[in-house]
Design a protein around this ligand. Structure first.
Ligand code: PLP
Length: 351
């Protein structure tokens, strides 16, 4: 017996990275920040909690105003979602009349949303070196969705390369998912005043210590933002709860904390990457808060399992062409030192 509409029979939902409820694991599997939220966040949430009997502000003014200022755009250019996953869901639902084109190896939600909204989806394979081949996107008139830097490879495209794609066809929407942009790549946000067919997606989950609060955003022309609001107000006007609005506002009030954490993650990434190479790992030139690595002597699966036995959780994708790779989130320096020591022992056991 099923009550589910038959059009969802084939739907294969997104599989999130594990969120173990035990503390003794070193958790390097879902690209969260290893640092606590900005110091002001706890008090801001406590204060907002006294008003929980009321609905949250559907205009999200408390976050939109400072976020627009932080990003150097106008308030009419910013939209907030319940995580960037919700923003992406609105985009896949609302901006894809001609179908959608995205990389075959990228964020796992893109194919899920394509199925959910029954889109004509084209998946473009990566090049041999795992970088993006942009030629098929130029040749297509479908809505483009590209994560920059890409996940799980960590590789970034240059601003000029993406600008060329946006400029090539003003009638076609290009959506750039910048979940990891703060860790190295160039944001395309400064270009939204020039290109009405460009929409940038961002999140507070990776570089702003709020993954559990669920806060994402879109930046684009006033007209695109208006259209996103039409979708939101047809679905859930209160999509950002008041505790999350308070948390987001508090985070934006502490830009120095944000910069310190971000710089620390970048420095630890460079350290980890160099040490992994010394152990014989091949690494991509990751511009994100994770590294993407493989070892010539041990399979991705074997390494994943061996680390798990030692209470270190990383992400392994049982999928070509990245089956031999591990995606390892950058944690604190101490966590990464434990990871490196553990890997050394695992590799020595292989000799
Ligand atoms: C983590 C991630 C997201 C989702 O972030 P939320 O804001 O937590 O929903 C979106 N896109 C990419 C590429 C990601 O890695």
């Amino acid at each position: 017996m099923t009550f589910l509409n038959s059009r969802f029979n084939e739907l294969a939902p997104y599989v999130p990275g594990e969120q173990p409820q035990v503390r003794e694991l070193i958790k390097l599997n879902t690209n969260e920040s290893p640092f606590p939220p900005a110091p002001g966040v706890t008090a801001a949430i406590a204060k907002a909690a006294t008003r929980l009997a009321l609905y949250s502000d559907p205009t999200c003014q408390a976050v939109i105003a400072p976020l627009a200022k932080t990003l150097g755009v106008a308030e009419e250019n910013v939209f907030l979602g319940n995580g960037s996953d919700e923003v992406l869901a609105f985009c896949f639902q609302g901006f894809t009349e001609n179908g959608v084109i995205f990389p075959q190896t990228s964020y796992g939600f893109y194919p899920v949303f394509s199925q959910l909204y029954q889109l004509d989806a084209e998946e473009v394979p990566l090049k041999e070196d795992l970088s993006l081949d942009l030629a098929p996107y130029f040749a297509s008139d479908k809505t483009v969705v590209i994560a920059n830097p890409n996940a799980p490879t960590g590789l970034a495209l240059s601003r000029p390369a993406l600008t060329e794609l946006v400029a090539a066809d003003p009638e076609r929407l290009v959506i750039i998912d910048e979940a990891y942009v703060d860790f190295g790549a160039d944001s395309l946000i400064p270009l939204i005043s020039q290109y009405d067919n460009l929409l940038i997606i961002g999140t507070f989950s990776k570089s702003r210590q709020l993954a559990g609060a669920r806060l994402g955003f879109a930046v684009g022309s006033a007209s695109l933002i208006k259209e996103l609001n039409r979708l939101k107000f047809s679905f859930n006007p209160y999509n950002i709860n008041s505790l999350t609005l308070a948390a987001g506002q508090a985070v934006l009030a502490e830009p120095d904390y944000f910069a310190t954490c971000r710089n620390e993650v970048i420095a630890t990434r460079e350290f980890t990457q160099a040490e992994l190479r010394k152990l014989g790992f091949e690494t991509t030139d990751s511009q994100a808060n994770f590294v993407f690595v493989k070892h010539p002597r041990l399979s991705g699966k074997a390494l994943y399992q061996a680390l798990r036995e030692q209470k270190i959780l990383v992400r392994w994708f049982d999928k070509e062409p990245i089956k031999e790779y591990l995606r390892i989130t950058i944690g604190t320096k101490a966590q990464m030192q434990t990871l490196l020591t553990t890997l050394k022992v695992i590799l020595e056991g292989q000799r």
